[in-house]
Design a protein around this ligand. Sequence first.
Ligand code: CDP
Ligand code: CDP
Length: 224
Amino acid sequence: MSLNPFLIVAIDGGAASGKSSTARALAERYHFLHADTGSYYRALTAELLHRGVAATNPAAVRAELAELKLGTEVFLSQARMTIHGDKISPADIRSSAVTSTVSHFAALPEVRAALLPYQRGLADVARKHDFRGLVMEGRDIGSVIFPNADLRFFLTADPAARVRRRANEGQADAVEERDRLDSSRENAPLACPIGAVAIDSTHMALGDVVERISRLISARQFRA
Ligand code: CDP
Ligand code: CDP
């Protein structure tokens, strides 16, 4: 038996399906770098709104994005985006203005193209920092960003359960509306990629989801 040198784990799913909590727990357990790609779409959205650019003006979006210098700060197991070296404030990217517009920006090919090499580059960031893998979560990780990831998962849960989860966090979030926008866009739509392991967590505790995924990761970490 030998330890598999580096694993890439992709987790996709709709809003509040449990992606971030699951990925965070896995990153800590396996010493993987955790990339929450939704936070990157939110960070670009916050920056573009700040610059007064609307998603209805793709030419202006492209011009502004070309100006932005994206970087990464590794904090514990998280890969956090920086813009011009500045950290992103969690309050800014969770604001209602960002939550209600992020899916419109995320549907633009200009925005997705800007983030594609950035996200793929995080595998090298993880290796450089001696992590044993990368767990990346979002909407198109197993389909577009890392279609050859070692393991790919797709989390689902009933909309009512997901709205309840957000409410428990004190957030109002139109999860179904965002899912509708994310699933119906032309570029990298939200969908379970062929070959991914689908997990319906409507009636599962977070810990049970983590255990189920962990069994498959542990099996892949050791090759006969
Ligand atoms: O946390 P939650 O699942 O509610 O959303 P998020 O992961 O923070 O993502 C915010 C939005 O970014 C999503 O609704 C998508 O529109 C977009 N997104 C995307 O298009 N592709 C990704 N890989 C990640 C997020
Ligand atoms: O990243 P995503 O938007 O997919 O979901 P999350 O932020 O990880 O989870 C949203 C909320 O649902 C968190 O408060 C989790 O603790 C909770 N959750 C849960 O109650 N049961 C699960 N099986 C998964 C998540």
